[in-house]
Design a protein around this ligand. Structure first.
Ligand SMILES: Nc1nc2c(ncn2[C@@H]2O[C@H](COP(=O)(O)OP(=O)(O)OP(=O)(O)O)[C@@H](O)[C@H]2O)c(=O)[nH]1
Ligand SMILES: [Mg+2]
Length: 264
């Protein structure tokens, strides 16, 4: 389901988060973000720590070749973060899965660490915690180069067609997820390179209640993509298409299409 919340106007109240709905693990995957990670962590923690009763912040870095590790080690002495680092780059998919496995609170707020989403937009997602298991911040409008917007549009379209889904932005970097659902679904994620997209498809067929809420998206101010290099785009697209086909045949074999009504 897509919620038609206006994305401008700035009237969203800034918390507090409902303590009855449980604490939140704020989880950041980080790779080569030395120029922005301090701002991201400081702003997210300043906004959420006083307004979310039971908050933990997990920072999962691996393989950075710039100053990211040094910046994070300095920040870990000052800010309330649980820092996990590793020398080998894990790749986005594995990094995200390992990062969420450290979460201990009932909800996981999984956010890209390059500040393409503003922390105040968390408050657009929070009201849906009582009725939904997966709350996706739908980039609206999306501030990426035109070829990325087209590729992502095509990818989401294929997912909608192949899996009869209503969602428009399944690979968003701003998502609030019920942890028990993450624990049951994440181990199955294996066919595509984008954790969230595959997670959303699988969660839908597991009967999860999923909503998309429009949130503003900002152009990367500094650093560069860590995933979508132009030289690798063709291979990446081909890989995702194969992943869709493999997942479709897996779902057919498991009889999942028959069990779940289209769009339900
Ligand atoms: N720990 C870890 N994090 C990663 C890895 N690859 C990417 N990330 C992080 O995952 C997030 C998403 O990567 P981005 O490069 O921003 O992807 P994107 O937003 O689709 O691309 P841009 O629009 O160019 O920023 C960022 O916070 C990265 O730092 C990885 O191998 N390990
Ligand atoms: Mg990004």
């Amino acid at each position: 389901m897509t919620q038609n919340t206006p994305t401008s106007g700035g009237a969203t109240p800034r918390g507090p988060a409902d303590p009855a709905l449980g604490g939140i693990s704020l989880v950041f995957p980080v790779f080569n973000e030395s120029f922005i990670i301090e701002q991201t962590l400081r702003n997210y923690i300043a906004e959420l720590a006083p307004r979310v009763t039971d908050l933990e912040v997990i920072v999962a870095e691996d393989g950075s070749t710039d100053d990211t590790k040094a910046v994070l080690e300095r920040l870990a002495e000052e800010l309330p973060i649980r820092l996990f680092t590793s020398d080998e780059r894990k790749g986005y998919q594995k990094a995200v899965m390992d990062a969420v496995s450290h979460a201990t609170k009932p909800w996981v707020f999984l956010v890209d660490s390059d500040y393409q989403f503003a922390v105040i937009d968390f408050w657009r997602l929070e009201p849906y915690r009582k009725d939904y298991d997966v709350i996706l911040g739908m980039k609206s409008p999306r501030k990426d180069p035109f070829y990325r917007v087209w590729l992502s549009g095509g990818y989401n379209w294929l997912l909608r067609i192949f899996f009869k889904l209503p969602y428009r932005d399944m690979d968003t970097g701003f998502r609030l997820l019920k942890r028990e659902l993450v624990e049951s679904i994440a181990p199955q994620v294996c066919q595509m390179s984008f954790f969230t997209a595959e997670f959303v498809v699988r969660a839908h067929y597991a009967g999860a209640r999923i909503i998309e809420v429009p949130v503003p998206h900002y152009a990367r101010k500094i650093g560069s993509t860590t995933i979508f290099f132009i030289s690798k785009l063709f291979g990446l697209c081909f890989q995702q298409f194969l992943g869709i086909l493999r997942m479709h045949s897996e779902f057919t074999e498991r009889g999942l299409f028959a069990k779940r009504k289209p769009g339900a």
